[in-house]
Design a protein around this ligand. Structure first.
Ligand code: AGP
Length: 612
């Protein structure tokens, strides 16, 4: 959480940093701030609220300068306010810092520094760090780089930081541990950001700073060291990202654009990985582990939020086709239990961002206990793929809406490929069945296009239930994780309380909630649990609940009893989650728009949860 941007070079820095912060707003939007230096000195502007509030606040102020750094905040320590906005300064106000992460031992450090006369102007953990750096620099009479290095050895927690010294306006210092940081390499200029999106229009050459590395950046030079003082040779990589991927492309919101991108994103995810005519799945990323995979006793999937829901779908698919037991764990719970993990285990970590703190901690724990880690991630070069032994990228393209849509279906696609790949390798699927499944999978992008065509009816349903205070989502089999995902989407962007349940569990409690006010969304497609779901719908109707059913195209049974039916194309049950999720994404989207909610940046949320 929190987005950071820095620039040093020959161009005017303000517009670069401001635009970069707008691109990173998905990481937090509680407040924003920019510090910039010109020949007259340093100007620092900070404002609670979105980056646009900062932009308006600074409109008629001096914003010239070719070295600057900015921050968009997701509040952890201290309420969203001007005074808690970054950048923060040292006691003597010469040094400024922006920070993404949490300094866990800030309270102890703050007490010690207060005892030595430091006065703090904010409630943040970040401010403590810059005071500590100043203290070390003054006491030991060190240059700034060395003072930062020594200070970072004293802090516990996670950080991506940029530091500016108003008395040495020719340099920036950056460092990271546990929070992402990319350095863009230009000619006579460098860019720093939490991800590559603020950098892409200036240079394609980037360096992903590693954990425990610290960089001294001037406009013509870059020095990277580890915290143990060993100088590193940074690896310059070329970005595959394209600028148009970061624009709304004519859609009102990124979320809508991303929903409509799914036929393409799923196609990209499968490209070069499936060969339907030959009945072959190829996953280069995990190929070298195939012998291990054939002999494992179980798979553990760790993830958070929507990625956890994708993991549940993966459990159904891997158990069904590859016949390997799968346990799906919330990373946040898993990391604090004492789970039994052995060298025989494969842990699959799923994450869109590749930066989720709990998922990273779960990986680290499983790795220490000898497990093999496979990462499923959307962001190339993020921390999770780098922590994993092997993995598969989802290739969904940048997902900017905070509510995950195309990343979810791409994760499910990758898990489907893994299930088929393992089944093929283990011989738990016949070649003819595999050919038929892969042929069907190859058609899924077109079928998703078909599911998107129900948009008008979905909009109408949205208008009928938009004022509800609660909503239930019910499904069976792999329709259950779809129900969970539908409920999460509605909660996070429309602020309507929603619950996902296995349809049969309704009788064990939630049925008490049902009355004429309660919309109940059923996944009622024609699959193995169709008849049973129809019985569950009857039970809801008997209690005057309002039923919205996602049905297979041409269904005539459910329409007799449901209040509204939303059709999706028919398909093999294996692909139900890929198709049935689409109308639920659109339903939440339209409800949120009708309720006047901020669809792309819902309150209190951030896209990338880099704190536990
Ligand atoms: C999804 O709509 C959410 N915003 C959230 O649950 C998200 O899936 C979760 O934070 C995990 O993120 P990750 O996939 O980047 O690890």
């Amino acid at each position: 959480m929190c987005g950071i941007v820095g620039y040093i070079g020959y161009r005017e820095a303000w517009p670069i940093v401001l635009k970069g912060l707008k691109r990173l707003e998905y990481r937090g939007y509680d407040s924003a701030g920019i510090a910039i230096i010109n020949s007259k000195g340093q100007n620092t502007y900070k404002k609670v609220g979105k980056v646009s509030a900062l932009e308006a606040f600074a409109e008629n102020k001096d914003k010239t300068g070719t070295i600057a750094m900015g921050h968009t905040r997701w509040a952890t320590h201290g309420v969203p306010s001007d005074r808690n906005s970054h950048p923060h300064t040292s006691n003597n106000e010469k040094l400024s810092i922006i920070h993404n992460g949490i300094i866990e031992n800030y309270a102890t450090l703050k007490e010690e520094l207060s005892g030595r006369g430091h006065e703090f102007k904010s409630d943040t953990d970040t401010e403590v760090l810059i005071h500590l750096i100043e203290e070390i620099q003054n006491i030991e009479q060190l240059d700034l780089l060395e003072a930062v290095r020594l200070a970072l050895k004293e802090v516990m927690g996670a950080y991506a930081i940029v530091i500016m010294d108003r008395e040495n306006p020719d340099r920036l210092i950056a460092a990271r541990k546990g929070s992402p940081m990319v350095i863009g390499v230009g000619k006579g200029e460098y860019f720093i950001a939490s991800d590559a999106t603020p950098i892409i229009e200036y240079t394609k050459n980037v360096i992903y700073l590693n954990d425990h590395e610290i960089a001294l950046i001037t406009k013509n030079d870059l020095l990277v060291k580890r915290l143990d003082n060993v100088v590193q040779t940074p690896l310059i990589q070329e970005l595959e990202l394209k600028l148009e991927m970061l624009e709304k492309g004519g859609f009102d919101h990124f979320m809508l654009k991303e929903i409509y991108e799914q036929p393409r994103s799923i196609r990209d995810c499968m490209r070069g990985r499936i060969y339907p005519e030959e009945g072959k799945v190829q996953l280069g990323g995990i190929k070298e582990f195939i012998e291990k995979l054939k002999n494992i006793d179980r798979i553990i999937i760790v993830a958070c939020g929507t990625s956890w829901h994708a993991g549940l779908v993966g459990e159904y698919l891997i158990e069904e086709y590859a016949r390997i037991p799968v346990e799906v764990e919330y990373a946040s719970e898993f990391r604090y239990r004492n789970p039994i993990i052995t060298e025989k285990d494969v842990v699959i970590a799923i994450s869109q961002s590749g930066e989720t703190a709990d998922t990273m901690a779960a990986i680290e724990m499983a790795k220490e206990r000898g497990a093999t880690i496979f990462g499923i991630c959307n962001v190339a070069g993020a921390s999770i793929p780098r922590l994993s032994h092997a993995g598969v990228y989802t290739h969904a393209g940048p997902e900017i809406g905070v509510a995950s849509t195309k990343a979810f279906t791409a994760q499910v696609t990758v898990l489907t490929l893994i299930a088929f790949y393992m089944a093929q390798q283990k011989g738990t699927i016949t070649q003819s069945k595999l050919i038929s499944l892969l042929t069907e999978l190859d058609n899924i992008p077109e079928k998703i296009q078909g599911a998107l065509e129900s948009n008008d009816i979905i909009k109408e349903v949205a208008s009928k239930i938009k004022d509800s205070r609660n909503c239930l989502f019910l499904g069976r089999g792999s329709g259950f994780p779809v129900a969970l995902e539908g409920a999460l989407k509605l909660k996070e962007i429309s602020y309507i309380h929603a619950e996902g349940y296995p349809a049969a569990e309704m009788k064990h409690g939630p049925i008490a909630l049902i009355d004429e006010e309660m919309p109940v969304v059923f996944i009622a497609t024609q699959n193995s649990s169709y008849e049973k779901v129809i019985s569950n719908i009857q039970e809801v109707k008997a209690r005057k609940g309002k039923v919205i059913a996602v049905v297979t195209k041409g269904d005539t049974e459910v329409s007799k009893i449901a209040d509204y039916c939303i059709e999706i194309p028919d398909s093999d049950e294996a692909f139900l989650p890929l198709l049935a999720t689409i109308p639920l994404q659109l339903l939440s989207y339209h409800i949120a728009v009708m309720r006047g909610c901020n669809v792309d940046q819902p309150r209190n949320l951030a896209k990338s949860v880099t704190v536990e």
